[in-house]
Design a protein around this ligand. Structure first.
Ligand code: ADP
Ligand code: MG
Length: 320
């Protein structure tokens, strides 16, 4: 059976994995990070993300500096999505034999640039060779036990919020595919995740949290599946930057589609009791309410011009 027939990447993971029997494991497969017992006050967070040439990056578009930075930002984003702060990283490389030293120096410069921004130390890895460049970064972090925010913590009645604006990376990707090399392609080439201070401010007031790696539609679906809830997203409230809007108009496409079904914006999606919104705004205000968590029987849909439409999934590596 092909993976697409099974239902894609997440159906495959579900089929292959199970719950850990180790009592030290607070959360295994199924969230942005694994969570394990650490000290009396803290849990340890562990996440790994891989980038493959011509899938996650293309040497024709990305500089090595951008590849290194994107790899670190995408991993740190998963630690922040748990309410935690990143500490240590391991980088595993599979390089082509013709990869140059200068290329790798630039890639590490990008990696260290992002690591410095997030106060992460690179403390190990592995190096081998292969037919295409593959980079796998593991990041380890920690979280105060009371600040841990899981995908499974959403409650009906919570508002669904997103930080910043969405669709930037998808807009940039679509331009690059059409041969545009400058202007508004930075959203794809240079994504930035949030800071630990911002994520912790959100965690203090929010219930569930996840980062946007596969699109808002997919992330809200993960929250619903893990929390046993439904949700409604208001199409008109999805925050889109002026640049993304203009790009979508130029390409005669809908920018909300980029936000819902395109990935790699690395913004945070969180659910929050409506009464906590004002308190969060005093600490952090760059977010937008885009919908509401509903009881499970109401399903997952988006509301566009007053019409309810069922939501499809986001980016999947194995979709046919
Ligand atoms: P994210 O997009 O937040 O990085 P993923 O979608 O990559 O998360 O993964 C979702 C969950 O599935 C995570 O808990 C991850 O650790 C787990 N996972 C992904 N691939 C595998 C695998 N091959 N084996 C076991 N667990 C996996
Ligand atoms: Mg994630």
């Amino acid at each position: 059976m092909r993976i697409a027939e099974l239902g894609g990447e997440f159906a495959l993971i579900k089929r292959l994995t199970g719950e850990s029997q180790d009592p030290a494991v607070i959360k295994g497969v199924g969230d942005d990070c694994a969570v394990v017992e650490y000290t009396q006050e803290k849990y340890l967070l562990i996440t790994v993300d891989m980038m493959v040439e011509d899938d996650h990056f293309t040497l024709a578009w990305h500089t090595p500096f951008q590849i290194g930075r994107k790899l670190m930002e995408s991993n740190v984003s998963d630690i922040l999505a748990m309410g935690g702060s990143p500490s240590w990283a391991f980088l595993s490389l599979s390089l082509k034999t013709d990869t140059t030293v200068e290329f790798m120096e630039e890639l590490y410069r990008g990696l260290y640039d992002s690591a410095a921004r997030h106060e992460v130390s690179l403390i190990g890895g592995d190096t081998t060779h292969g037919c295409e460049m593959t980079l796998s970064l593991t990041v380890i972090g920690e979280v105060e036990k009371s600040m841990l925010r899981l995908r499974s913590d959403a409650v009906p009645g919570d508002f669904i919020c997103v930080t910043g604006t969405l669709g930037k990376s998808e807009a940039g990707l679509r331009l690059l595919k059409r041969g545009v090399r400058d202007g508004y392609v930075q959203g794809h080439l240079e994504p930035h995740c949030r800071t630990r201070e911002e994520a912790m401010a959100i965690a203090r007031h929010a219930h569930a949290m996840i980062d946007v790696s596969d699109g808002l539609g997919s992330e809200v679906r993960h929250i619903c599946e893990e929390s046993g809830t439904g949700a409604q997203i208001d199409w008109e409230r999805i925050p889109i930057s002026i640049d993304t809007l203009q790009m979508a108009q130029l390409l005669q496409e809908e920018s909300q589609e980029y936000a819902l079904y395109g990935g790699e914006d690395f913004e945070l999606v969180f659910t929050i009791p409506p009464e906590n919104i004002a308190m969060l705004k005093e600490e952090f205000s760059d977010f937008t309410v885009v919908g509401e968590i509903l009881p499970k029987p109401e399903g997952l849909h988006r509301l566009k011009e007053g019409n309810m439409v069922a939501m499809r999934g986001g980016y999947d590596h194995f979709a046919s």
